[in-house]
Design a protein around this ligand. Structure first.
Ligand code: CMX
Length: 471
């Protein structure tokens, strides 16, 4: 529902209980906005309806049984157990992700773009994930300006990053910097002073917006320190988020790279709530840890090789393949290399998925980008060749439930084409995007009063007793 058509009463109700100073802060976000409704206003306007929906659903259906759980699922990483609420996206095993009901191609179609650009702006997806609404061009421009206005890092965080040894993995540096920003947390300060539960979401919103605004500066500082001259360009206040990230990394001269960043930051945001980075952010947030502490925890999960780090692993694996196989990259040699990987007990990075059972649409959208911008790149050709062969090999191998590529099978190849060849940095870019997917849910969690998470655990002896087994 657009705020203009939204009842003023709903907006007033959402703001009810705010202190005078918070109302000032609430209105202050309009500084960057023009006549259109700001993101905070739009979210606040839809909130009473959402709270009411949840209340009614729980009242009328709260005791309905929604599934069975087997012992295999308990020992199998809780795979498939329906137990989380995640508003922004739902993942279908065959169709892939839908953001607020929209597929990736639909998002590419309807979300606002930069002037002269073809790819959606991640600002628009953030808006969609938080509010369920497609923003107007003006709203997206205002959001770009708002994030740019919040981009400056406290000097102690800059110094902290500068003092990291250059061989500390970029993801560890990233998580360290985000954790240190806890110093700035509105939420933690207000909680320490004492605040009402109805005020939680506004502070979480402010923290999330501040944090997102600062991420390009953090990411670029890490990149420029570890791989370049340590100098980071200032944020350009009249540019969009992806342009600024590309520019601060040192790649904005190439317009296609900026477009790639827009696509990349849009499609890596959200993949429903059960994946490690999303679930961790949500779980840590449920203890009322701030957006900074919650996201840092999620980033630590994203840094694992079975999750986000796979995108760095893919390029390493492809490069190793080239040096092992040599110049004769025939189908036979690639097949043999795949089997050698599997026989050595390693996974084929970028293939398989806990939920998906088809080619990941995020892979497809990157493939389409490559077909348009770099059809003759040898690494892209290699990725395409592996795509032709790996599903058959993985099926014959017989272990993975999904022999098709996931998002990570493609991203590194696009980045290396434009000269961003430092693979260990890739997951930081994933992390910047993931923040735009998990923080909307954190705001929603606090707005609807989501409780602290606490599933039940048993020891193996206790499980055995429960199922009537003798050990
Ligand atoms: N290569 C080799 N074996 C694989 C495999 C792959 N790409 N994918 C799954 N398998 C194996 C699993 O290791 C498991 O073996 P064991 O029974 O010996 O433990 C078996 O197949 C069954 O696994 P599954 O149910 O199909 O997959 P899971 O839900 O357990 O794991 C995932 C999902 C993504 C961790 C796994 O497919 C994998 O390790 N892929 C490679 C790493 C990767 O690309 N990760 C990125 C995922 C996307 C993201 O989160 O960013």
């Amino acid at each position: 529902m657009a705020v203009s058509s939204m009842s003023k009463t709903a907006l007033r109700r959402a703001m009810a209980g705010n202190t005078v100073s918070q109302k000032v802060a609430f209105n202050a976000t309009r500084t960057y906005a023009s006549k259109t409704a700001s993101l905070k206003e739009t979210f606040a306007a839809g909130l009473p309806e959402k709270i009411e929906q949840i209340k009614t659903l729980k009242k009328e259906h709260g005791n309905k049984v929604i599934g069975e759980v087997t012992l295999d699922q308990v020992y199998g990483g809780a795979r498939g157990i329906k137990s989380l609420v995640w508003e922004g996206s739902v993942l279908d095993s065959e169709e892939g992700i839908r953001f607020r009901g929209k597929t990736i191609p639909e998002c590419q179609e309807v979300l606002p773009k930069a002037p002269g650009g073809n790819e959606p702006l991640p600002e628009g997806l953030f808006w969609l994930l938080l509010t369920g609404e497609v923003p107007s061009e003006q709203q997206v421009r205002d959001l770009s300006a708002e994030w740019a206005a919040r981009s400056e890092l406290p000097s102690f965080v800059t110094e902290l990053i500068d003092r990291c040894p250059s061989d500390l993995h970029p993801m560890a540096q990233f998580s360290l910097a985000v954790t240190a920003l806890e110093h700035e947390s509105n939420f933690s300060k207000a909680y320490a002073k004492g605040m009402k539960k109805t005020e939680y979401w506004e502070h979480t919103f402010e923290d999330s917006m501040d944090l997102i605004g600062k991420l390009p500066n953090i990411a670029a500082r890490i990149y420029r320190n570890v791989y370049k001259d340590g100098k980071v360009a200032p944020t350009q206040k009249d540019q969009d988020y992806s342009y600024n990230l590309a520019n601060q990394l040192g790649f904005a001269e190439n317009k296609d790279f900026v477009e790639l960043m827009r696509l990349y930051l849009t499609i890596h945001t959200d993949h429903e709530g059960g994946n490690v980075s999303a679930h961790t952010t949500h779980l840590v947030g449920s203890a009322l840890s701030s957006a900074y502490l919650s996201l840092a925890a999620g980033l630590n999960g994203l840094a694992g090789p079975l999750h986000g780090l796979a995108n760095q692993e893919v390029l390493k694996w492809l490069t190793e393949m080239k040096s092992t196989v040599g110049s004769d990259l025939s189908d036979e040699n690639i097949t043999k290399y795949l089997w050698d990987t599997l026989k050595s007990g390693r996974v084929v990075p970028g293939y398989g998925h806990a939920v998906l059972r088809k080619t990941d649409p995020r892979y497809v959208s990157q493939r389409e980008f490559a077909l348009k911008h770099l059809p003759d790149d040898p690494m892209f050709k290699l990725v395409s060749q592996v795509y032709k062969i790996a599903p058959g090999v993985l099926t014959e191998h017989g272990k993975t439930k999904n022999p098709f590529p996931n998002v990570d099978a493609h991203s590194g190849v696009l980045l290396q084409y434009y000269g961003l060849t430092e693979q260990n940095f890739y997951t930081v870019l994933f992390g910047v995007s993931r923040a735009l997917g998990v923080l909307p849910q954190l705001i929603i969690d606090r707005a609807v009063g989501a409780p602290i998470e606490r599933p039940k655990s048993f020891s193996t002896e206790a499980w055995a007793k429960l199922v009537g087994a003798k050990l």
